[in-house]
Design a binder for this molecule. Structure first.
Ligand code: ZN
Length: 124
């Protein structure tokens, strides 16, 4: 099957949030609002990165891949390791979207990094 991946990058949105935070338009409570469940998942299975948190600059960011799609049924909204998204899921499902979220387990900063929609064009 031919698979088409369409990525939407949220870097500009992130820069604007961080700019508003640094100049005081947003408080630490506005930007570091990770839900306790997201923080727990990030602590347990988040993929460690070499990037320092842009807010507290103490912890390295962790990435979570939340996957949504009609065909996923009970697995809808589950977190998958990156290789599972790009390998296994891409072969198994025709249409799904992966939302990549960065989380700091130190200060609770969290932000959508990118979303990737995978569509199998069919053809065996
Ligand atoms: Zn942080």
């Amino acid at each position: 099957m031919r698979c088409v991946a369409t990525t939407v990058d949220y870097t500009l949105r992130k820069r604007s949030v961080l700019r508003d935070f640094r100049c005081g338009r947003l408080s630490v409570y506005d930007v570091c609002d990770a839900h306790p469940e997201i923080r727990r998942i990030a602590t347990n299975v988040g993929e460690r990165t070499s990037c320092l948190c842009p807010v507290c600059r103490k912890e390295n960011l962790r990435l979570l891949n939340f996957v949504y799609g009609n065909e996923l049924e009970s697995d809808n909204g589950r977190v998958y390791p990156t290789e599972a998204v790009f390998d296994g899921l891409r072969k198994r499902y025709r249409d799904f979207t992966c939302y990549v979220v960065e989380v700091c387990i130190g200060c609770n900063w969290n932000h959508l990094v990118r979303s990737i929609n995978f569509k199998n064009a069919g053809g065996g």
